[in-house]
Each structure stands twice: as structure tokens, then as C-alpha cells.
Design a protein around this ligand. Structure first.
Ligand SMILES: Cc1cc2nc3c(=O)[nH]c(=O)nc-3n(C[C@H](O)[C@H](O)[C@H](O)COP(=O)(O)OP(=O)(O)OC[C@H]3O[C@@H](n4cnc5c(N)ncnc54)[C@H](O)[C@@H]3O)c2cc1C
Length: 685
């Protein structure tokens, strides 16, 4: 064991709880953890993911090689799902990235769910066996060059030809080109294409159509379809995001998804029934729940790498006495300790909250009775908001974790840049975050209006806290936070503080919009004027929702030692959301004077106490996520702490260094073409 490994071993031995028990909490039980380990081991082996060798992703591939690497691992995961009859790789990949990093990711995450959720029984019976067996591979084509967020702006048309009983799919303008869909470039045989349904020149808005893109015989694009890859992206380069243009492509009438809206043989159009109107969004709702869920794992992955590295990385100490330097692990420096544990607490928070919404999704999205349809509105705004919050917090946290690793964090070999760039895309895909926050805000403000107008019957019971909060606001009962300093150690009391901020923020918005309208602004102008305030109010609600879910999940943990530590993590999440300079909406707790400056000081003090208590648990809290070394793809994040030798070994294995070693340590082409002429010219002087 070298020095770094000894350090890691010693720190791990100090963990007060059994991380394995926490792993069971994270993944939902011992059986699930064992199943997961078996699957991951099988796939890591098949993909040749050996941590002693430089991971394939770092060998310096060109565009095509990156795509082929995506295909290689994507194929292994797809076939694993099919062969072993599970859905393990429908949310996350073998490296715990969102599955959309694979060219076949959207097939499972969007294509199949759209058929399930929007197809009728005949369509499901026809298409699902083909899709599930891998006989066809699907993409999900919604975004166009000209429009992504604003769906009603999509231009692709599906015009009904009554005589031929077919739809004609067409891209009328350059801006109507489908652009961005994962797998669309060269990897999908079929796609769900979102297009405007036009019957007898009447536009019925955007609907879903299943279009065959490529021949299953020779993989050539079908007549009238132009397809291609959209080139190198900031990250996710294995995913083969592509573009498509349609030139009057004919598809059978039966290829419109007709689970809700229908077009009859004679061209009669039946819109979705009122209670099913929201169902057309159900694929997006489900996808957003998945994105939020995966974001927690990606942030946890970044924290695992940075915390492990910070445990074995020693760099001076805080003593300014040069004669007496005993170097300290960098995690013991408060700035490092604070940032990393704060981000880790957020990974746990997003995990528990998104698990709740995913469960709700499974109950509601897949269960199409009318009661569940009425709940879809709430699920819609919850998943939209959580997706925005989770991906934003995870992306910011992962980038900060990367910086916590100093220079080595900037190297791809740390594994961190890939996590950061993947997370960066999550702010945009499946709904741009700032637009998602507004969907949450719109719903909340509507509820606030109902409450203020006394229309109790129509208030959604899921946001009943607004009703009580409003009464407190009106009666002045909630003027100042009533708790003494010691009460801020109790997460339930902290939840009251979060509740107050959410209620006040939402009713303030409702009032601001009303005042703007009174002053002559249109609804749209008023909304735009107060947009930032509305987005913050949505975040206040989400942080309340997240803390509530966190407290609930923590209380359900049976193992006492694990529960105690997770309650500390929950407390750290709550306290730092209130007082941290890294928290976006912390001023919302104090702007109406609810939390006083003395109380804020007490909260700062509790943050320190909680951080101290959690420092010895940091390694256990990262081990519990159960990431294998191979899946982390990081020289810095090794479980055993052997980071320096691994970094050196991987560096030696880089193709540029391997090749130059074979030619006596000279990178011949660069030397001959550029360096030699420079030296030669100067030597003549
Ligand atoms: C890696 C990746 C994978 C993708 N995969 C797919 C896929 O498989 N299938 C698919 O169809 N698409 C896919 N997309 C596209 C993605 O869904 C869209 O990019 C996304 O919905 C955002 O739309 P947009 O690009 O039009 O952004 P825009 O809407 O143009 O956003 C640009 C800016 O305008 C702001 N903005 C826009 N509207 C409003 C508003 N109402 N209020 C306030 N601000 C606003 C946004 O906040 C943002 O800051 C993918 C994108 C990426 C990056």
C-alpha cells in the first residue's frame, strides 16, 4: 500500500456507519443492489472497462471513433436489456450518465414510452414488440432548427391525403429541419416525428407520428428523407445527435399515434378528451423525471471523485511557520470541506426528491384512469421544476467539484470534465430550465389566486400548504421566525422556514402580477416584467418540496447509524440552502425580515458543527453510491486512493505518448513539420 492508499484506508475505517446499509437505502434494498452489481459487472466486462488500462474514452478519438465508441457500449447495454429482460439501462448508462449519452438511449427513454403512452392498443401491439426486441431502433424528433421550447412553433407538417389514406410528412423550410435528436444521425431506423396535423387545410396542431427513416435491409434513408449527424458537441459525442429533412414522405394513416387524438378513414378528427389532453405531454413528464433522477447520480459521481481525491491529496497546511510543515489532506481545509459536502448533500437531496416524483410518475403516467389524469397537472409542474432545479444544481456542483481538484481536475483523465459537459446539456434537453421553472411558477400563482379569491374547492390538495400559509400571512401570524438558535438543528423546524419563504414568494408574485395588470399591462407584459421573481418563487417551492421529501425518506431508514448520518446530511442541505453564498435564493429567507440576522448567525454556526460531524463520514457517504472504479473512469476517484500511480500510468498509455515512445520519444510528424524548421531557421542566424 502506498501513502495515498494508506490515507484512504485510514479515513474509510473511521466511518461511523456501514455504507453498504446506505447503499441499500439509495437503491431500494439489498436484492436490488445485488441485481445491480451483477448487471453492471457483466456489462463492464463486455465493454472491456478495466480500470488498470486507460479508458477508451480518453484515447483521443475523432468524431467517427467517438460515435463508434458510443455504438459499441450502447449496443452492449441495449442487448443486455433485451437478453436479460430488464430495463436497467433505460435511465442511466453503465457509467451512470443519462442514457441519452448512448445513440440508442432515446430509443428506451422516449421512443418506446411515446408508443406506450400515446399509441392505441393496436399500435402498441404492433410496434412495441418490434421496438423492445431491437428489431427497430427509434429516435424522438421534436426539436427543429427554428424551434425547440415553443412547440406550437414547429413547422413540420403531416398533411392528410384522404384518397390514399396516408399522411404526407414534409419539412417546408430550412428552419423546419429536425435538429438535435439523439441517435437520429445514423443510428435509428424509425422515429417519433412531432408534426402539425393538417386535414383539408385545417391545422390541428402538433401530433406524434411514427416514421420509418431507414431501410431495414441496407440501412439507407427511405425515399425523400435526408439524414445526418450534427457534428461535435460540448459533450455526449457518442450519442449521434442528428438532423432530418422530409420531402413529402408518405406514411400510413395508422402511423399517427392515436391513443388520444384520432383521425378516421374519412378524415374526421377527434381531439383528445379533456381529461386526456395532458397525456400528450406524458412522454415529456416521464423523461423529465428521469433527467432529474439521473442528475443526482451524476453529481454524486463528481463528488465521489473529488472527495476521494481530496482525502489523499496533501498540500501544505495552514501553519504559516515554514519550519514546521506537516502536510494536510486538502479536504480538511474548510473551503474544500464546505463546498464538497454541500454538493454531496444536494446530490442526496435531489436523489430522494426525484425518487418521490419518479414513483408518482410510475403510478400516474402509466395508469391512465381519469383520476390519475387530473393529477397529471401537478406531476407535470413538479417534474418540470425538479428537472430544472436538479440539473442546474448538479451542473454547478459538478463544475465546483472539478475545480476542487485543482489542475488535475482540468484533465479529462480525472473523469470530471465529461461529467460537467454531460450535465451542462441537461439544462437544455427535455425542456430548457428557465422555461421549466416558469411552468412551475405559472401553476403556483394560479393556485395562489384561487386561494386569495376564497375558491378553496378548486385548490390542488398537493399544494395545501399555500392555503394555511396564506392565512398566516393575512393574519400576520407569520411575521418573524419564532425559533431560538438551537431549534435550527431540527429539520422539521427548518422546513417551516422553507415553507414561509415559498408561501411569501408565491403570493408576492401573484400580487405583483395583479398590480401590473391594474396598471394597464397585458398578462404577457406583466409576466415578463416579473419573470425573475417568478422563477425564484418556483425555486422556493421546489426547495420546500425537496426538503420535505428528504426528511420523509430519512425518517424511513431503519438502520439507526445510517439514519443519524443522513439526518445530518439533510440538515446540512437545509442550513446551507438558507445561508450559503453558493445558494441562489438565500436572500429570500431574509428579505421580509422573517429570519433575523441573529438567527442567520446561529445557522452559520450550525453549518460548521454539522460539517465537523460529517467530515469523518464523507468517504462512507460517497462509497454508499456504489460506483465501481470502472464506471467512474477517473484516475483521481479510485476507491483505494491510489491516484498518483494511476494518473501516471494512464498518462503513459495515452496514444500520443505510446507512439512517440516507439520513435525514440519523438512525436515525429509534429517535429518534422513545425519544430525542426523553427530550430533550423534560428540555427542559421
Ligand atoms: C444534448 C442534447 C440532446 C437533445 N436531444 C433531443 C432529442 O432527442 N429530441 C429532440 O427533439 N430534441 C433534442 N434536443 C433539443 C432540446 O430539446 C432543445 O434544445 C430544448 O428543448 C431547448 O430548446 P431550444 O434549443 O429551442 O432553446 P430556446 O428555446 O431557443 O432557448 C434559448 C434561450 O431562450 C430562453 N427562452 C426560450 N423561451 C423562453 C420563454 N418562454 N421564457 C423565457 N426564456 C425563454 C431559454 O431560457 C434559453 O435561455 C437535445 C438537445 C441537446 C443539447
Amino acid at each position: 500500500m502506498n501513502h495515498q492508499m494508506q490515507l484512504m484506508h485510514a479515513v474509510r475505517a473511521k466511518t461511523s456507519f456501514d455504507p453498504r446499509q446506505l447503499t441499500y437505502v439509495i437503491y431500494g434494498g439489498e436484492d436490488e443492489v445485488k441485481r445491480r452489481e451483477t448487471i453492471l459487472e457483466r456489462v463492464e466486462l463486455a465493454a472491456g472497462m478495466d480500470n488498470n488500462k486507460l479508458p477508451q474514452v480518453y484515447v483521443g478519438q475523432d468524431r467517427t471513433a467517438q460515435y463508434h465508441d458510443g455504438l459499441r457500449t450502447g449496443k452492449i447495454m441495449l442487448e443486455e436489456n433485451i437478453k436479460h429482460r430488464h430495463q436497467f439501462f433505460t435511465i442511466m448508462s453503465v457509467t451512470h450518465s443519462l442514457i441519452n449519452t448512448s445513440p440508442f438511449g432515446v430509443h428506451d427513454a422516449m421512443f418506446i414510452p411515446t408508443i406506450q403512452l400515446q399509441g392505441n392498443l393496436d399500435q402498441q401491439a404492433h410496434w412495441l414488440p418490434l421496438a423492445r426486441s431491437g428489431a427497430i431502433l427509434g429516435a424522438y424528433c421534436q426539436t427543429e432548427i427554428g424551434h425547440g421550447t415553443f412547440l406550437r412553433g414547429l413547422e413540420t407538417t403531416a398533411r392528410f391525403d384522404a384518397e390514399a389514406d396516408k399522411f404526407i410528412i414534409h419539412s417546408p423550410t430550412p428552419s423546419s429541419t429536425k435538429y438535435w435528436p439523439g441517435g437520429l444521425g445514423h443510428s435509428a431506423s424509425h422515429a417519433i416525428v412531432m408534426a402539425r396535423l393538417v386535414i383539408h387545410e385545417k391545422d390541428h396542431g402538433v401530433h406524434a407520428f411514427l416514421v420509418q427513416l431507414r431501410s431495414l435491409e441496407d440501412w439507407k434513408p427511405m425515399p425523400g428523407i435526408e439524414l445526418g449527424d450534427i457534428g461535435l458537441l460540448l459533450g455526449m459525442n457518442g450519442a449521434n445527435n442528428g438532423y432530418a429533412r422530409f420531402d413529402h414522405v408518405r406514411i400510413p394513416r395508422q402511423n399517427m399515434m392515436m391513443g388520444q387524438a384520432k383521425v378516421a378513414r374519412n378524415g374526421d378528427y377527434t381531439p383528445p378528451s379533456k381529461e386526456h389532453a395532458k397525456s400528450s405531454y406524458s412522454t415529456m413528464i416521464y423523461a423529465r423525471a428521469l433527467v432529474a433522477y439521473a442528475a443526482a447520480f451524476q453529481l454524486a459521481k463528481a463528488c465521489t471523485i473529488a472527495i476521494r481525491y481530496s482525502t489523499v491529496r496533501e498540500q501544505g497546511n495552514l501553519s504559516f511557520d515554514a519550519a514546521n510543515i506537516v502536510e494536510k489532506a486538502i479536504i480538511t481545509f474548510k473551503s474544500q470541506h464546505y463546498r464538497l459536502l454541500l454538493h454531496l448533500s444536494r446530490a442526496y437531496a435531489i436523489h430522494f426528491a426525484s425518487r418521490s416524483s419518479l414513483r408518482m410518475c410510475e403510478d400516474l403516467v402509466w395508469n391512465k384512469d381519469s383520476k390519475s389524469q387530473s393529477m397529471l397537472a401537478y406531476l407535470h409542474i413538479t417534474t418540470a421544476g425538479l428537472k430544472a432545479y436538479g440539473t442546474q444544481v448538479a451542473a454547478d456542483g459538478a463544475e465546483d467539484a472539478r475545480r476542487c481538484c485543482g489542475g488535475h481536475g482540468y484533465s479529462l483523465l480525472s473523469g470530471l470534465p465529461n461529467i460537467v459537459t454531460e450535465l451542462s446539456s441537461n439544462a437544455t434537453l427535455e425542456g430548457e430550465n428557465y422555461v421549466m421553472y416558469q411552468q412551475t411558477a405559472r401553476y403556483l400563482v394560479k393556485q395562489a389566486k384561487l386561494i386569495r379569491e376564497g375558491d378553496k374547492e378548486n385548490v390542488d390538495e398537493n399544494v395545501a400548504y399555500l392555503q394555511l400559509g396564506y392565512e398566516h400571512l393575512v393574519t400576520g401570524k407569520d411575521k418573524g421566525c419564532p425559533y431560538s438558535a438551537d431549534k435550527f438543528l431540527d429539520c422539521k423546524k427548518l422546513l417551516d422556514v422553507f415553507r414561509h419563504r415559498a408561501v411569501r414568494g408565491i403570493f408576492d408574485c401573484e400580487e405583483a402580477l395583479r398590480t401590473s395588470r391594474k396598471n394597464g399591462r397585458t398578462g404577457e407584459e406583466a409576466w415578463n416584467e416579473h419573470m425573475i421573481q417568478l422563477i425564484m418563487a418556483a425555486r422556493y417551492h421546489l426547495e420546500y418540496y425537496i426538503l420535505e421529501a428528504f426528511i420523509h425518506h430519512a425518517s424511513e431508514i431503519h438502520d439507526q447509524k445510517v439514519r443519524r448520518v443522513i439526518e445530518y446530511v439533510c440538515r446540512l442541505y437545509a442550513l446551507t440552502t438558507i445561508e450559503s453564498p453558493l445558494s441562489m435564493g438565500s436572500s429570500g429567507f431574509i428579505e421580509d425580515g422573517y429570519v433575523s440576522s441573529d438567527q442567520l448567525r446561529a445557522i452559520g454556526h450550525h453549518v460548521n458543527i454539522t460539517l465537523e460531524a460529517l467530515l469523518p463520514e464523507a468517504i462512507g457517504l460517497t462509497d454508499a453510491w456504489n460506483f465501481s472504479d470502472a464506471s467512474l473512469q477517473s484516475a483521481l476517484g479510485r476507491w483505494d486512493g491510489n491516484v498518483y500511480e494511476t494518473l501516471l500510468e494512464w498518462t503513459r498509455q495515452l496514444p500520443i505518448n505510446r507512439r512517440s515512445r516507439m520513435t525514440g520519444g519523438v512525436e515525429v510528424e509534429g517535429y518534422q513539420k513545425y519544430i525542426k524548421p523553427i530550430i533550423a531557421a534560428r540555427s542559421k542566424l
